[in-house]
Design a protein around this ligand. Sequence first.
Ligand SMILES: [Zn+2]
Length: 367
Amino acid sequence: MSRFFASDVASMPSIQCVGPCCEGLSRRGFLKSFAAAGAALAAPTISSAPARAQGKRRVIDVHHHYYPDAYKAYAASEQRLAPFGKSWTPSVMFDEMGKNNVEQSVLSLQTMPLNIYSMKPEEARTIMRRINEQGAQLVRDNKAKLGLFAYVTGNDVEGTLKEIEYAFDTLNADGIEMMTSFGDKWPGDPAFDAVFAELDRRNAIVYFHPISPICCGNIVPGVPESWIEYPQDSTRTVLSLLINGTLARYRNIKWIISQSGGMLPFIANRVEWFTRTALKNIKEVAPNGVMAEFQRLYYETANASLPPTMASLLKFAPVSQIMFGSDYPYVTSAYNLDGLRSNGLSDADLKAIEYLNAEKMFPRLKA
Ligand SMILES: [Zn+2]
C-alpha cells in the first residue's frame, strides 16, 4: 500500500489537511475546509471570552513546535516542510506566546518525515545532532522562556543512546522527544529496551509526539493521516509500553502522552477488562493494575482540550497528570486555552493544568 502523505492532500481539489501537525497544506485550503467543517458541525462552539477573562494567568505550553534551520532543511528535502514551518521564526513564536500569556514553552519537533527510520544510521545521527544543537542554542538564548525536548529517533539504539548522553550532559535538555512509533516498531518492543533503561537511570522526562505507522497512514483514502492515525498511534504506544512491561520496569521515567492520550481514555476500560484474561503476566506488567499504570502517565491537551475530549480525560486521569499543550503553530494557543477554559473546571484545577503541573515536571521553569 502506498503511503498517503498530508502533502498529497494539498494537491487535491476538495480535501485539505486540517489536523494537528499535518504538512504540505495551503493556508487558503486550510481556511476553506475549516469553514466547511464548521458549517457541517453545529457543536461544540466556544467563544474567545474565557481566554481573555483569564488571560492574566501565566501558561506553560508543553506541546510547542520549533523549526531550527537543520530541521527545515531536512523536512524540505523530504517535501515535508509545512508553510507554518517555512515561515517560523523565534520572533513569530514569541509574539504568539506573548499574546496568550504563554510565558514558557517546552520546544519539540513536529511529526518527523518517516524516512528518518530507514536512512543510514550515521545520516540520521547527523540530523538529530544538528537539530538538537540548534534547539539548545535557542533555549540558551532564552532560558527564562523556553525548555527543550531533545529529539531522538529511538530505532537506532546505539545512536539514540549517544544522543541521549549528549542531550543531557552537554546540551542540558529538559527531556527527550520521540515519535510514537519508530518505523515498523513501537517503543515497547524489546529491541529498544536499552534506550528506556538509560532514560530510567537518568530519571528522564520522555515526551511522545504522534506519527502515523509506516504501514498504513491512508487506510481511508482522502482522510489525512493526522486526523485519525496520530491519536491512534499515541494509544498504540502506551499499550506497547504496557504489555511489554516497559512501564512496570522503568518507574523513574515521567512519560508524557500527546493530545489528551489519543484514544486511550476512551478505550482504557475495554483494555483493562481484556487484559485480565489475555495477559498471563498481568501482575508483572501492571503490578497495581492496568488503570493504575495509565493513570500515572502524564497527558497534555493539545488540540484535545474541548469538553467532549476533556470529559473523558478528566474521568480517566487525575488533574495532577494533565498539562497544557497547544501544538503551535498548527493550532493556536487561544483556541486551546478557550477550549480548556470552557470545561467548567475550578480555578484550582485550571491553574494546575495551565502551569502548576508543568512547574512540578520542569522545576527550572518555575516562575
Ligand atoms: Zn505536534
